[in-house]
Design a protein around this ligand. Structure first.
Ligand SMILES: *Cc1c(COP(=O)(O)O)cnc(C)c1O
Length: 390
């Protein structure tokens, strides 16, 4: 289906009808699969013949999810995982060995920092880079040891934008792979593989579902890296996506394009409005001309995305007042939902990392992150205005 537009692929790619000719994607809730005879079972187990064996390895609904997401990202291969975190874990476990090294931006999801900390126990070391400047990344690379460069762009929660093409050159110059966490943009707004990235990780929990229902994740890239490097870890260790969640995600992806467009449109308007509020010190949104990497963002992404972060003047107390004055926006750490959410990163998503790591990531006590949903923009603004003006 390569010739189709991304909006068509989101609805149609990965559809494989059963003998019943169902129109909507079938949900295969089964842990294992049966064989016609012993010889066929032996051939499937040996890998000589294709076929589903056990849902820890493959499942038709999960395969459909992977094929659809691969079509959207322009990837040769996709493996689905139980969550975004297990997608990141699978990259590290599948592709690295003790003594090897990761270079990561410091501006990443809090749990990713914690995961890299756990992996240090097994001899995988991580160096954090504060800057978006590729030269700073090059300086952090250890020739012969660095295996992965890991970046989130735009980053969570400060929406820093990293130059995927430039970082892929740094990675390839060092014999390493560039991994992009494409959670914030989704393939509707950004396709990292087209820009030179080697691997994409997703938290499908966010925009791919889009309605805050299930956890899921994925790793995408070249067939050789994904199927030979990462899949063996997943099928053995088992952080695979459930068929039910894959089915929910398939339905979620059908509306990905229109949701990203509508939510990004509202986010841009909200960011402009926040910039005019006297109680707001600073707004972080890639679609604003005031964003330090605005030009790069507009080159690399189709729109600014649906996450707006802003710093309230005066620190934690006035920031919490804005959170507590909301009546409609949900106070929750999740994002990517049709329901708008508000978070105080310093005490929630980034609360478990050290104060030093938090400072390095630029997470201040006055910072708030809003993930803009599909409600009316006027209602979202009114909900925030109450605490900002109070
Ligand atoms: C949520 C998130 C993750 C982790 O995904 P889970 O599905 O919660 O495991 C990773 N990266 C980013 C940018 C996220 O927002």
């Amino acid at each position: 289906m390569q010739d189709y537009d991304i909006d068509t692929l989101a609805v149609r790619a990965g559809t494989a009808r059963s003998q019943f000719n169902e129109h909507s994607e079938a949900l295969y809730l089964t842990s294992s699969f049966v064989f016609e005879n012993a010889a066929r079972a032996a051939a499937c187990f040996k890998g000589d013949e294709p076929g589903n064996i056990y849902s820890r390895f493959t499942n038709p609904t999960v395969t459909a999810f992977g094929e659809r997401l691969a079509a959207l990202e322009g990837a040769e291969a996709c493996v689905a995982t139980a969550s975004g975190m297990s997608a990141i874990l699978a990259c590290c476990m599948g592709l690295m060995k003790a003594g090897e090294h990761i270079v990561s931006s410091s501006s990443i999801f809090g749990a990713t920092v914690n995961l890299f900390g756990i992996l240090a126990k097994f001899g995988l070391e991580t160096t954090y880079v504060d800057a978006t400047d590729p030269a700073a990344w090059r300086a952090a690379v250890r020739p012969g040891a660095t295996r992965l460069l890991f970046v989130e762009t735009p980053s969570n929660p400060l929406t820093e934008v990293f130059d995927i093409a430039a970082l892929s050159e740094v990675a390839h110059g060092a014999g390493a792979l560039l991994v992009v966490d494409n959670c914030f943009c989704s393939p509707a707004l950004q396709r990292p593989l087209d820009l030179g990235a080697d691997l994409i990780v997703h938290s499908a929990t966010k925009y791919l579902d889009g309605q805050g229902r299930v956890l899921g994740g994925a790793v995408l890239g070249k067939k050789e890296i994904v199927m030979e490097g990462i899949f063996p870890f997943l099928r053995t260790a088992g952080p695979t996506l459930s068929a039910f969640n894959a089915w929910v995600l398939l339905k979620g992806m059908e509306t990905l394009g229109i949701r990203m467009q509508a939510q990004s449109g509202s986010a841009l308007e909200l960011a402009r409005w926040l910039e005019r509020q006297p109680a707001v010190e600073r707004v972080y949104y890639p679609g604003l001309p005031s964003h330090p990497q605005h030009a790069l963002a507009m080159r690399q992404q189709r729109l600014g995305g649906a996450i707006v972060s802003f710093e309230v003047k005066g620190g934690r107390e006035p920031a919490w007042r804005v959170v507590d004055a909301t009546r409609m926006i949900s106070i929750t750490a999740n994002l990517g939902d049709t329901k708008s959410t508000i978070t105080h990163p310093a005490t929630t998503t980034h609360g478990r990392i050290s104060a030093e790591a938090r400072a390095r990531a630029g997470i201040t006590e006055g910072l708030l992150r809003v993930a803009v949903g599909l409600e009316s923009l006027a209602d979202i603004q009114a909900d925030l205005a109450r605490g900002l003006n109070g």
